[in-house]
Design a protein around this ligand. Sequence first.
Ligand code: ADP
Length: 425
Amino acid sequence: MVSPQQAQKILYVEDDPVCRELVRDTLGYRGYQMLLAADGRSGLRMAQAERPDLILLDLGLSDLDGLEVTTYLRGLPGHRKTPIVALTGRTQAGDREQALSAGCNGYIPKPFSVNRLPDQVAAYLAGHREYLSQKEETKFLRAYNHRLVKRLEDKISELDQANEALREAHHAMQKLDKMKSDFITLAAHELRTPISVVHGYAYLLTTRSEGNYSLSSEEMVQSILQASGQLNKTINDLINVANVEVGEIELFLSPSQIDYLVEAALNELSPLSQGRHLSIELIGLGDLPIFEGDLQQLQQVFWNLLSNAVKYTPDGGQIRVWGRQVEAMLEVVVEDSGIGIDPKNHETIFERFTVLEDVLYHSTSTTSFMGGGLGLGLYIARGIVEAHGGRLWVESERYDPQQCPGSKFRVRLPFAPAAAPSRNS
Ligand code: ADP
């Protein structure tokens, strides 16, 4: 039979679901109305909204500590006298005293006895209360206060750190936003210029009879071919960036000769760099052993490095490409006598969309001095080298467009990429 006394409300705050169910069933069976909360904050909310007759509280909650919940409740007018009983697995020496000094009426250690729990609860509801001696109370209260202040301090420093992280994230977002706007400006320029060439010359060719032009038809067709090649390269770069981003560079491995690769990249670049009066020297590449690599992708790596060397070296400068064997790796260095790179940017230049120069300097030409590009070349180059299991990095003393200290881009490739994905393997 459920007596009116047993129909009282009990709030149980406990984060362990099994324990919650057990207590709910044990006390619910005795006719108590059970309210359950899984953490300290929802416990506080329920205590204020439901005004339970007794609160059973786990002390080791995940958010607010059970002692803190007690202290907070004791400060509310509606809960100064509500019996709050710690039902806890904290059973070290001093845990009981700490619970009582924080404001609990009683303390039931876990594992509790299912048989005795209803009687214990009934006693607390009837006004039973455990007391500490004055001396104990002062001692534990002091320790508890100290702990509270320490928790507060920790929280404040956590908040400070979170604030700092937010500030950094905000700064990174602003940087990304600027990179995005610059990229859109550059990409539009990079696409629009060759399209104008293709469109312009195609138009002139169709209306040939109407005018006398300084260029022959063959020359116009050559310009169209060159511009469409440029468009193709830009689009390939965009696709390659997407592939590097998701780590999906597919390698078609075959026996490769490094001098062949570098020369092929150079041949592609030479017609474009005519008029820049640069001396380009290949040293000792023919002596290096054959290795396994993706010819087309590695040619792109050297094209990117060489076109950068051309772009960032003033007229009359020197570019040297030399290689050697370093243990089980093949090392190729692309060295220029150009403007150099500040050490603080040695890593950032390998990030997507990083262009150190002002966007205003941008030129669609892949070889004009300091022409700048889309800021994708090094990101793609490193992605390809790493897909081979190799490394690519830069060495340069400083950025100095007057004195031109130069830069060295070092590529290291294994002779046989171990885990590189390949259709041929
Ligand atoms: P982009 O296509 O714009 O040249 P990259 O990813 O190839 O982009 O290069 C990123 C940036 O690194 C360039 O904008 C340039 O500032 C710097 N950089 C690359 N290579 C060199 C070099 N050889 N000398 C000086 N700066 C360079």
